[in-house]
Design a protein. Structure first.
Lengths: 291, 351, 272
């Protein structure tokens, strides 16, 4: 008797929640409260990682436009392009009548979009922790909370698994690495997203955390710390020995240099749902060339 | 004729003023050389290690510290000197040819040309267009150099030759704007390149090795010799263009040769250290403010001053936020800008 | 104490000549159909109202401006046939206004020897001697080590004059050599020019706006609206009343102790 009553109650609650879902109110990265009375159906994303997140949540069909650099999954390439990070095409945006525009905190168009009556939501996309947070929030906005939770779990599990694998394949302390970001002399420090991934793979960054995420290093520093593995862009990889004093670095002498084609590089640079792929690529190269 | 021998005009037995003037010049030269030695020593000791540690390395070298001292620090500081000397020389010549104390080496559009060359190089590097391996070999250095020379040629062509100073100045400005616009347009299509461009635009002495330093040194001597030989022409030019012509000077040849030297000096420097501003403007200015010199003396003193300046800027850029570094162009902008502000203040004070 | 000057001008009677010269700036013609002969060993003064083309004429004769039409001959040869340095050794030009420079007076005068000593400034004894003579004659010897910017306008003018004299050219073209000079020094310059002409055989042509000074020269070239009103000796100029024609007003010239002076006509109003 009580079981039947409980089932009825549960059923009523379910129906009730479906019929009158309470509006979701979220505070975005610019400290604004944004209300979602119903899940948005026409979404524009102006950052590649946000595009990937929306699609990973299975809401790709709700996208009406992306920025010009979004290229994954392949389906989004056919969508109209609304410009880049700083030069979004406002007219195109207005003409598409979206009911949600996802931007990053550093983009400056939020004021203009607000003035034009378009709802936009700013997100922080800098670190590993932001990935899970953004997945959860976008899931909440789109009323896809369970999928969001599943996605987060799968990302987390993959990352942990890759980290554990890397640990298992290693003997002794991890290799010291130097990751060059965006050309010399900028290095990726532990405080950056890439730095976090490298740390999870058990690598030891020659840059210390107090130097900030992307310090412009004196090249001498790299020579003195003699990293075991160096990550650079493919173009620079062939010229490393030409840099004064770098011929003596262990990684250069023993050819322990990793470089990635732009496609893979993007998955390492952009904190997004494909983080596990990026980490896998990092780990594979690291294992291959480590001493 | 011996009774008419003046024994006055620079033949050695001078009056008090002549001796004082040469003494001041001598003091100045000694100071510059002393500063250079000091900064070179500093260049060996300053870097990512503390000065005491570096001193220990000098006394008891090992493999790695030798590399740091002799392969990285010494060529960097020597190269910085030559780059600064090239800029100082180019600035002094530009100020003489244009008869304008505010002229500087980038007047002919060399900076924008170099930036465009570097942009094209960086953009083509990732592209899978075949047959551009030679461009890759050229590297940023070569691309910057070629871009700078091309910009100078464009300026001279737009001005229809070197006959008119005013049209050269104007076409230099036009070239600079034109090429910057093209650079910006190209960057729009591939903004990932922007960060590397910025490193170049702000100037960096970080990767000067012995090959770069030798190149800079060779070009410096190649430029300073013809420049000092032609210095008398600059003296004549300072009296006025028509007067110089009436004295038997061929103005077009003089200008072409001197501007060629400026272009060579500037493009070499830009290719190796990027765009470093103010050194070419401040070095000759500083010399003229403190000494009274003719152009032969200026074309020797200004490079010495410029070299020491850039060496000092390099030391500052490596030591302020150790072990990270500031772009050396940012340091010269701060120092040079302050100097110009000081000049303005002094001028307004003197009425 | 000045020794005899170089030969060429003494041998010829005409140092500098032009035929049918026409000069203009763009669309504007300043001089047209000018035919002149500058006598050797004489001091010729070029006079005329403002804008009549005195400076332009001197510039063109010096080869600094290309004429629109006509021919110029220096010492019997066409001007364009002279190699640059050789021409600079035989023809010296003084600008009306000199640019500011940081050089010392001695260095400026030494530049006058550029056509002789060239780029390397390897000065020989006669270079030094010429410079010394020139500076002595203009009274600028004591400023040899001083920067030009520290001298007054008149002192600078004398240094530039010394530079021109140091060239030891056979033909001197001077554009307003007495600018900034006080009357005693103006007189000095006039005497110097006369001496150069008569004793050293130099052909001196100077544009002078001071009529009294101009009238102390040997010959006059009087410029008017579009061309030469007349050229000849001073006596011929006065007889032909060229000055009145040039200046379009009554120009009062009086003779006093053998010297011709221009007297300001205060009594009668100027003719329209």
């Amino acid at each position: 008797m009580s079981v039947k009553f409980a089932a009825l109650l549960a059923g009523a609650c379910l129906i009730g929640s479906g019929a009158s879902a309470s509006p979701v109110v979220l505070r975005d990265a610019l400290q604004r409260e944004v209300t979602f009375a119903s899940p948005p159906q026409r979404i524009v994303t102006l950052l590649p990682s946000l595009t990937e997140t929306v699609c990973a949540l299975g809401a790709c069909d709700r996208l009406v436009a992306t920025d010009r650099y979004s290229d994954w999954p392949p389906a989004v390439r056919a969508l109209p392009k609304a410009g880049g990070i700083d030069d979004a095409q406002i007219e195109l945006l207005v003409s598409l009548k979206p009911d949600l525009i996802l931007i990053s905190r550093s983009q400056r168009i939020s004021g203009r979009l607000d003035a034009l009556g378009l709802r936009c939501f700013a997100l922080v996309t800098d670190s590993y922790a932001d990935i899970a947070r953004n997945v959860t929030r976008i899931g909440a906005m789109l009323a896809l909370e369970e999928r969001a939770a599943r996605l987060n779990a799968s990302i987390r599990d993959s990352v942990l698994e890759i980290g554990a694998q890397a640990l298992a394949q290693r003997h002794g302390p991890g290799p010291t690495v130097y990751f060059e970001a965006d050309g010399p002399p900028y290095a990726a420090g532990p405080a950056s997203f890439i730095g976090e991934l490298l740390e999870r793979l058990g690598a030891r960054n020659i840059v210390s955390a107090d130097q900030g995420p992307f310090p412009a290093l004196n090249p001498e520093y790299v020579v003195r710390h003699n990293p075991d593995v160096i990550f650079v862009s493919p173009a620079e990889a062939t010229h490393l020995a030409e840099r004064p004093g770098w011929g003596e670095i262990r990684a250069v002498r023993e050819q322990r240099v990793c470089s990635f084609v732009p496609a893979i590089r993007d998955s390492i640079i952009r904190p997004g749902p494909r983080v596990a792929e990026g980490m896998r690529a990092l780990g594979a190269c690291l294992t291959r060339v480590s001493p | 004729m011996s009774t008419l021998r003046p024994a006055l005009i620079g033949t050695g037995t001078g009056t008090a003023t002549s001796a004082a003037a040469s003494r001041r010049l001598g003091v100045w030269l000694v100071c510059c050389l002393g500063a250079t030695l000091l900064f070179t020593a500093g260049g060996l000791l300053i870097g990512t290690s503390s000065i005491e540690t570096s001193w220990q390395w000098l006394l008891a070298p090992d493999a790695q510290s030798s590399v740091v001292l002799w392969q990285i620090r010494l060529p960097r500081t020597v190269g910085a000197w030559f780059a600064g000397a090239l800029l100082g020389l180019a600035g002094a010549i530009a100020q003489g040819v244009f008869r304008n104390p505010l002229a500087e080496p980038y007047l002919l559009g060399t900076a924008s040309g170099a930036a465009l060359g570097v942009t094209i190089c960086l953009m083509l590097v990732d592209a899978s267009i075949g047959g551009l391996a030679w461009f890759d070999k050229l590297g940023i250095t070569g691309a910057a150099c070629i871009g700078a020379c091309a910009a100078t040629l464009l300026t001279i062509t737009l001005a229809r030759g070197v006959l008119q100073t005013a049209s050269l100045l104007l076409s230099g400005i036009v070239t600079a704007f034109l090429l910057s616009a093209v650079t910006s347009l190209l960057l729009l299509t591939k903004p990932e390149v922007w960060r590397e461009m910025q490193t170049f635009l702000l100037g960096s002495t970080a990767f000067i090795g012995w090959s770069s330093a030798t190149l800079l040194g060779a070009v410096f001597f190649l430029c300073v010799v013809p420049a000092t030989l032609l210095s008398r022409g600059l003296d004549a030019l300072s009296l006025g263009e028509e007067t110089a012509q009436s004295l038997g000077l061929s103005l077009p040849w003089l200008r072409l040769t001197l501007l060629g030297v400026v272009a060579l000096a500037t493009s070499t420097s830009v290719g190796q250290v990027g765009i470093v501003g103010f050194v070419g403007l401040v070095a000759p200015h500083l010399v003229r403010e403190t000494l009274s010199v003719n152009h032969r003396q200026l074309l020797i003193a200004a490079p010495l001053c410029g070299g020491a300046l850039l060496q000092a800027a390099d030391l500052i850029s490596r030591s302020i936020i150790r072990p990270a570094e500031l772009p050396v162009g940012a340091v010269t902008a701060c120092v040079g800008g302050s100097y110009l502000v000081f000049l303005l203040w002094r001028r307004s004070r003197d009425g | 104490m000045a020794e005899a000057r170089r030969g060429p001008t003494a041998a010829l009677t005409v140092a500098l000549a032009c035929r049918d010269l026409s000069v203009g700036y763009g669309a504007r013609t300043v001089l047209e159909g000018v035919s002149l002969e500058i006598a050797a060993g004489q001091w010729t003064a070029v006079v005329g109202p403002n804008g009549s083309g005195k400076s332009t004429l001197l510039r063109t004769l010096a080869g600094l401006r290309k004429p629109n039409g006509g021919r110029i001959e220096l010492l019997g040869r066409p001007l364009s046939a002279w190699p640059r340095r050789e021409r600079a050794r035989n023809l010296a030009w003084l600008a009306q206004a000199s640019a500011a420079t940081e050089l010392t007076a001695g260095e400026v005068v030494a530049l006058g020897r550029f056509a002789h000593s060239g780029w390397l400034a390897h000065r020989k004894a006669d270079d030094d001697a010429a410079m010394h003579r020139a500076m002595l004659a203009t009274g600028s010897l004591s400023w040899a080590e001083r920067r030009l910017s520290t001298l007054s306008g008149g002192e600078r003018q004398r240094v530039h004059l010394a530079r021109v004299l140091a060239v030891e050219a056979g033909v001197l073209l001077l554009d307003e050599p007495t600018t900034h000079l006080d009357p005693p020094h103006q007189e000095d310059v006039a005497r110097l020019l006369r001496e150069q002409a008569h004793r050293c055989g130099v052909s001196v042509v100077s544009a002078i706006h001071d009529l009294s000074l101009a009238l102390t020269a040997d010959r006059l070239v009087v410029l008017g609206d579009r061309g030469v009103i007349g050229h000849g000796t001073v006596r011929e100029a006065l007889a032909g009343d060229w000055l009145s024609a040039a200046f379009r007003t009554r120009v009062d010239i009086v003779e006093h102790d053998g010297v011709h002076l221009w007297r300001p006509a205060l009594a009668a109003p100027p003719r329209a």
